[in-house]
Design a protein around this ligand. Structure first.
Ligand code: ATP
Ligand code: ZN
Length: 304
C-alpha cells in the first residue's frame, strides 16, 4: 500500500469519498459499476483497490476539498455545495481559488434554500434585512446576501440547522433541501433557492504526468459509459411503416433506430436506444401514436 504522500508521484490512483452519509453508497456503487473493487482495511478509512490500482479514502465530505487541494487524493466525490462553499469562503477571505475539473454524477441532488416559518409570508430578499439566519453554508449565504445588497447576521451551525428558529437562535435558515420533508416537519417552508447541487467527481484540470494519467483516463472513460447508460433504455415496439416518423418525433432522445420488416405485413418492428427516462406518460403517448407491444428494457453494458 502506498503511503499518504501529498502531491508526489504515485503509481496508484486515490479517490476520496464520504465515509458514511448520503453520498457514500451511491459513490461506491458508481465506482463499482466502473469495474473497481476493494479490500477493506481494518480501520475502514482506506480501501485497497484490487481489480485496478485505484484506492479509496473514506472521509467526512467536508474534508474532501482540502484533501484534493493538498494532493492527498487525486479525485473526490462530493456535493457541489461543499466545493462551492469552500470557494465562496476563499473568495470572501481574498484567497485564490483552487481550480478543479468537475463532472456531475446524477445523484445527491438537492438545493440550498433559505427557508422561513410556514406562518410567514415571503415578500422578497429585503425581508431578510437585519435578521438572523442559521446555516452550515456561511460562505455561500454571505455571497448571496452581498449580491442582494442585504445585511443579515449569519448564525453558523454545523448541524440541526432546521430547529434553530424554534430554539430562538435564528429567524430564518439557509439549508440543503431535497424532498422538503425536514422543513415541513419543522414548520418551515422554502422561500428562495441559492443554488442547486448534485454529487460531482472533482479532479485535476491537467492530466497526471505519471502512471496515474492512464489510469485516470481509463476510469473517466468507463464512468462516461456508465453515466450515459444510467437512464438509457432499449425501447421496442411494432408500428405501421407510415407511422414511424411520427413515433420517432416522440423519442427525441433516441439514437438511430433499428427497423425490421414484420413478415407479410405493412408493419415494422423498432428497436431504439433512448437516453431519457421512459416514464408512463411517454409510453402512453407512443401507444396513442400507433405503437403496439411497447417494451422497455434496461441496458446492462454497452461498448460503442
Ligand atoms: P459528514 O459526516 O460526511 O460530514 P454530512 O452530514 O455533512 O456528513 P450528508 O447529510 O450525508 O453529509 O450529506 C452529504 C451530501 O448529500 C450533501 O453535502 C449534499 O450534497 C447531499 N444532499 C442531498 N440531499 C440532501 C439533503 N436533503 N440534506 C443534506 N444533504 C443532501
Ligand atoms: Zn459534512
Amino acid at each position: 500500500m502506498s503511503p499518504v504522500n501529498g502531491g508526489a508521484t504515485r503509481d496508484r490512483l486515490r479517490i476520496a469519498i464520504q465515509k458514511s452519509g448520503r453520498l457514500s453508497e451511491p459513490a461506491r456503487a458508481l465506482l463499482a459499476s466502473c469495474g473497481l473493487s476493494w479490500r477493506e482495511s481494518r480501520d475502514k478509512l482506506f480501501c485497497y483497490g484490487e481489480t485496478l490500482p485505484v484506492d479509496l479514502l473514506l472521509v467526512r465530505d467536508d474534508d474532501i476539498p482540502g484533501l484534493l487541494a493538498d494532493g492527498v487524493c487525486d479525485y473526490g466525490i462530493v456535493g457541489r455545495n461543499v466545493l462551492d462553499e469552500v470557494g465562496a469562503d476563499r473568495a470572501l477571505r481574498g484567497l485564490p481559488q483552487v481550480s478543479k475539473a468537475v463532472r456531475g454524477l446524477g445523484f445527491g441532488g438537492c438545493r440550498l434554500d433559505i427557508a422561513i416559518p410556514e406562518s410567514t409570508e415571503w415578500t422578497g430578499p429585503a425581508q431578510l434585512q437585519g435578521s438572523r439566519i442559521a446555516t452550515s453554508y456561511p460562505g455561500l449565504l454571505q455571497q448571496w446576501l452581498d449580491g442582494q445588497g442585504v445585511q443579515a447576521t449569519i448564525v453558523n451551525l454545523s448541524g440541526s440547522v432546521e430547529i434553530a428558529p424554534r430554539l430562538g437562535q435564528a429567524d430564518f435558515i439557509c439549508d440543503l433541501v431535497s424532498s422538503g420533508a425536514t422543513l415541513t416537519a419543522n414548520q418551515l417552508k422554502p422561500a428562495v433557492t441559492l443554488m442547486t447541487s448534485e454529487a460531482v467527481l472533482a479532479g485535476p484540470i491537467t492530466p497526471f504526468a505519471d502512471v496515474r494519467g492512464e489510469l485516470a483516463s481509463l476510469l473517466l472513460r468507463r464512468l462516461d459509459g456508465v453515466l450515459r447508460l444510467r437512464d438509457s433504455r432499449l425501447v421496442m415496439f411494432q408500428a405501421r411503416r407510415d407511422g414511424v416518423d411520427a413515433l420517432l418525433k416522440l423519442l427525441p432522445d433516441a439514437e438511430a433506430p433499428t427497423l425490421l420488416q414484420v413478415d407479410g405485413s405493412d408493419r415494422v418492428a423498432l428497436q431504439v436506444l433512448c437516453h431519457g427516462e421512459m416514464t408512463w406518460p411517454r409510453l402512453e403517448a407512443l401507444k396513442q401514436a400507433g405503437a403496439a407491444g411497447v417494451m422497455v428494457l434496461p441496458v446492462e453494458r454497452m461498448l460503442a
